[in-house]
Design a protein around this ligand. Structure first.
Ligand code: ADE
Length: 218
């Protein structure tokens, strides 16, 4: 079973996403285990402080290194697996794509670190294996990017998808392939007809049509 640990100041943001649809099913099937680690629990002093003002001045707050690094170390302690990676979500990271998702899906344990506020103390990067960005835009925190990575990786874990589809259909449903367009009832929707080939019953022709319309991502 793959274990994904998420270090965040806002664990509640994940509840809906992790407990819905395929991600929920993947947990129920014991194919993946998500563990939310609240960075606040590693805060300093009675007030559980996690941030401070930036050296050199400037707007906003910066996450201090001690709570983040202690949270990472606590996460690693719980999972002394060999195939483990600690990943920091940051717009400065390497761009996320399907090839990266496939690579991460092979690991036993992923630790995802979500930054927040104006950023994190740069010295934490010593404790990070990889930095990942989900695109060239800036979000308020690493939580949504972490959810994107979790979703893309979880669906690649063997057994998470399928079960309801035949092997024949699944041959189109390989990771890295964006599926052909789908149609269901009604046959005529406001004047828009389902492509005739799909109603033909000619499986070879249907397969050829679908193949011609599917897309491949890296
Ligand atoms: N944190 C803020 N913006 C981000 C992005 N685009 N990718 C990853 N982490 C982020």
């Amino acid at each position: 079973m793959m274990k994904i640990q998420i270090i965040t100041l806002f664990p509640e943001m994940f509840e809906g996403v992790l407990n819905t649809s395929m991600l929920r099913k993947a947990q129920q099937k014991k194919l993946v285990d998500y563990q939310l680690i609240n960075l606040r629990d590693f805060g300093l002093g009675r007030r559980k402080t996690v941030d401070d003002t930036p050296y050199g001045g400037g707007d906003g707050m910066v996450l201090r290194p001690e709570p983040l690094v202690e949270a990472i170390e606590a996460a690693k302690q719980k999972t002394k697996n060999k195939k483990q990676k600690t990943i920091l979500m940051t717009p400065r990271g390497q761009k996320f794509n399907q090839a990266k998702a496939r690579q991460l899906a092979k690991l036993d344990n992923l630790i995802l670190v979500c930054g927040h506020y104006e950023g994190y103390d740069e010295r934490i990067t010593k404790f990070i294996d990889e930095q990942i960005s989900i695109g060239d835009y800036v979000l308020t925190g690493g939580e949504l990017p972490a959810m994107v990575v979790i979703d893309a990786v979880t669906r690649l874990i063997p057994g998470v998808l399928g079960g309801e589809t035949s092997a024949e259909v699944e041959s189109f449903n390989q990771p890295g392939v964006i599926e052909y367009p789908h149609y269901t009832r009604p046959e005529d929707f406001r004047g828009m007809k389902v492509p005739k080939v799909l109603l033909s019953g000619d499986h070879a022709k249907i397969a050829k049509w679908r193949k011609s319309r599917q897309k491949r991502v890296l």
